[in-house]
Each structure stands twice: as structure tokens, then as C-alpha cells.
Design a binder for this molecule. Sequence first.
Ligand code: XMP
Length: 606
Amino acid sequence: MVHDKIAVVDFGGQYAHLIATKIRRLRVLAEIRQPEDPTELFEQYKGIVLSGSPSLSAFGEDSAYNKSIYDLEAPILGFCFGHQEIAKHYGGEVVHGGREWGAADLHLTRDHPLFAGLSRREPVWMSHFDSVAAVGPDFDELGYTALGAGGEGHRYAAIGSDRHRRYGFQFHPEVDDTVHGEAMLANFIFNICGCTRSWTMEHYLDEQRERLKSQIGDRSVFLLASGGVDSTVAAKLLGLVLGSERLHLLHIDNGLMRKDESRQVLETLSALGLDRHLNFVDASDAFLGALDGVVEPERKRRIIGDTFIEVFEREARRLGASDHLLAQGTIYPDTIETGGTKRADTIKTHHNRVPIVQEMLAAGRVVEPLVDLYKVEVRELGEQLGVPADLIWRHPFPGPGLGVRLLCSTGHEDRDHIDDIEPPLAAVSRQFGVCAQALPIRSVGVKADLRSYEHPVLLSGAFDWNRLQETAGAIYREVPHINRCIWWAGAVRPQHVRPVAATVTRARLDLLREADALVMDGLRRHGLYRDIWQCPTVLVPAACDDRGQELVIIRPIRSERGMTATAAQLPEPLVAELTAGLAALDGISGVAIDLTSKPPGTIEWE
Ligand code: XMP
């Protein structure tokens, strides 16, 4: 059957693949294309979408890509960088400045088929440094944004030319936080490009089964099974294609698991009938030994990823399975956030994308049945494959486990940017009437598709969620070098928060395991476990008083795919319970709640 198709040109934005996924969910086949692909390749498509980009600025300099796509008849819609490129190509102007992170309101200036069925004011998601300052002669402004409290806005947040059939959105309709983004994509695909629906998830599954059969041939595979949703669904799918005889599972206890987790994982995998060749190894000594004394987040990630492969190879030799292919439950965000597509920036190196795995991939020794999917699709597939609901709805847990939730420090106060931060931060604090202090530590975040490694701001005062969120929004806009805001959950605000020297140790991991178990238990008792997408508990080696050396951060978030996220508000009684419970643990000097959306923060702190 011939499907109507849309091309998504991947300029390396974090969301290029997400655009294709969202279009496929509308039952129209979308394919990723490279910017330098020849024009003839684009002729088969009924429409073209230009993605955002981390490295290319549409400002001034000429961005290199195949511009003859603009000679084609097919409608073109650009997002973020793509939007700026369209504006520029047709005589508009792009300027540095007008940056926006996170939620904004799009005000429509007139009716247009792209916004059919939507209201005049739509919540949209922004992540950009540059903006369109003027459009060319055939273009109109279709919408502008007005930002939160200050009321200042941006013109040309949506532009279009019906004559050329070219359109641009400064915002990202593909992310879940643009509430009616899917309707906007649907309007483009159906109302403007005239596509008909014909693509389904079953097609995708059939294709994957065929692909796996031809990749694996008559070999066996060895799957690293963490017990999480991804590797379990991958195991079920591989079991279906290979049968149980050729599927070997290895669960590694890396010492970075949750409390009692390895035991539960082995029970679950057995209950799923995946116990024909189920192997277990306690490799915690190897992991903790390799991490000994290491502080820098990316180095920790690399070490964890490399150690997984070392342990895997050792165990494969021991079990006589050295020629087996390595199977991993890698999903799409693992690739994109590691900078795994041509132009994407490395936000953080996922454990299944360290260089050694990249080499094995290049040598054709890795099988990754879920590599095109996002979490929400993996769950859908898992349901189809009969994986029980309680496993499917487990919170995602990162491969490096608690290793990325246990911050380390040399004890040195990181004050390089504090002088630039303090004056604008003081201005925002005055405006919102809150106490705000920048902490002399850093965590990982993502801004305009680029990695950021910047400071958190600690807010204190009443737990007034909307007010705290407004304040946080103003801080990201007005204050440089900040990618997170957290709220102090204790009674007395700390005068000074000071990092203390700490690395990965069993004792700290045990403390984090207790803290994490306490938080998970609280979510379950309050019936919130399913409602909250993920809730990392993070240990930061920082003394807030003289009682202890560790600051605990609770990071409840809502998300669908993990590519974007909003902080989830916990009810006050639960916050009070958790704060009291955590503060009672030995060595804890304070408790804070993370208020940060993604962007500008990432979900994990490292
Ligand atoms: P971030 O922190 O990048 O996380 O916003 C997005 C989602 O990915 C998970 N995550 C990982 N998952 N290996 C994984 O399998 C990793 O190295 C890794 N790092 C982050 C994170 O928990 C969140 O769900």
C-alpha cells in the first residue's frame, strides 16, 4: 500500500524525531530526512517539516542545507530554527534575543486553517535564543506570545504565507506541553498538505519483527535486563521473534539499584516466563570500584556505561555466549540526548550510548528493538505484548540508576558566576517577595537544545505553588547561569549552603536508597504513584546546617516522553510527611522540592 508521507528534516533539534512520532500517531507516515538530502528525494512527500536545531543559528550567517526544497510545491512548516529559516528565506529578519523557555501563551491574530478548532489563545512550549523580528512581503503574522507576569511578548510566534504555502512556529507543537500541538500538526497534515490516514502501530511492529529476524539471523542474543519497562518489553518482543532458547537475559546488580530491587526484578522476569536463560551477577564491587573518587557527571556516566559492557563481556565469556549479540532496551531519547544523531548536542551520555557501545553498534553487534520509540509507545507496545500493567506503569528508572542521583563534589564552592547572578536574582526576589539564593553547585539542564551545566536557585517562603512557578519562570528569563529552582521544605531557611567533599560510596547509596524508598512509599500511600510520571530523589553533598552533610531533593514531574517535563505539585500533607521522614534520616541537613520544568532543567540532576 502506498502511504501519504511527510518528510521531517532533522536539523539536530532535540525534538526532530518526536515530530515524526507525533505525525505517525496521526496515522500518516513520517520519515526523517537530512538537510543535505537531494531535492529529488523530497519530491515523494506531501509536506515537509523543518525541525529546530541546537547548533545552527538562523541569524546572519548562511545556514548550509538544501534550499531548493523551497522550489518544491509541497507545503513546508518550520519549528523554532526551521521557523526562523523560513522567515529569513522569504525576506524576513531574525535577531539574537527574545529568548523564551517553557510555557507561553500564543495569541492568534486571525483565523487560519492551521489553527482550525483551536481558541484564540493557546498554551505553547518555547525553547529559543533567537527570534523573528520581521517577515517578508507575502507573509503574515498568525500569532504572537505574551509571557507570564511581565506581560512582555514576542511578535511572529506563528507566521505564514498561503501564497507560498510556507508556515513557521517559533514554539514546539510536537512537545506534549503545547497542549493542542497535535491538533496543529493534524491541521497542517490534513488541511494544508491534504494527507489521508493510513499508517498504524501494527505496521511498525510487523516491520520491526522482520527487521529483527533479518538482523539476528540464526544467532542468539544476550539482553541486559534491568527490570525496567524498556528492557522488559524488549525481552518480550525478542522472545516472540527468537523463542526462549536463543534469548539469554542478564540482570546486573550494579550497586546503584533501588532498595531490594534486584530481588524483585528477578521475580518479575521469572513470572513473565523469561526465565529459560535468566542470569544474575552482583557486580556492585566492580561499579563502585570504578567510580571511586570520581566527581564529574559525564565521567560517572561513561564509567557506568563502560562497566556494564565489561561485566557483560565477562559474564558472556563465563556463560559460553561470547558470540551472542548484545541486546539493549535503548529507546529514542537515549540516542538523541547523547548527541547520537548527526547534529544533536550531547545533553548527557546515556549508559547504553557510551563509546564502547557505539563501536559495537558500528560492528553490527547490538540489537535494539525499541530504538525508534518513546516511553509512551513502549508502554503501548508492552500492553499489546501482554506485559502486566503494574510493570508497564513503573516509573522510568535510568540505566545508571542512583549513580546519576547521587551528586558528588570536591567540596569546592563553585562561585565563578555568582557575581553575575546575584544582582538580577535580587531584583526578581524583590519583585516576587521571595527569598532566593543561588547555590554554589551545579546540575545538568537543557536550554534551546544545548546542554547546560549551571546553578540551582533555592527559594524559600510559603508553599504557594503558582507563585513559586511564576518566580521560577522569571528567574530563568532574567537571571543568567541558572537552570533550576528548588524550594526549601524545612522550617528555618539556611543562611549558607556549602558543598562538602563526597564521592560514590556504599554508605551514601544506602542513605539514598532509604530516602528514595520513603518517597516512593509516600506517593503510593497518597494514591499518586500513577499520576506522577517519575520522581527522582537526589542526594546533594551540601551542608545547610551543622546536623548533616546531605541535601535531599524530591523531583516529582509530569511528562509523557521524558523529552519535556513539568514539575508536579505534591499535596501539602505529603510534602510535610516526606520532609519530616527524610529529615529524620541520619546525615540529612535539609529537604527541598525541585520546581523545574524541562527545559531549562533535565529530569535527572546529572
Ligand atoms: P533527563 O534527565 O535527560 O531524563 O531529562 C530523561 C529521561 O531519561 C532517563 N534517563 C536515562 N535512561 N539511561 C536510561 O536508560 C540513562 O543514561 C538515562 N539518563 C536519564 C531519565 O530518568 C528520564 O526518564
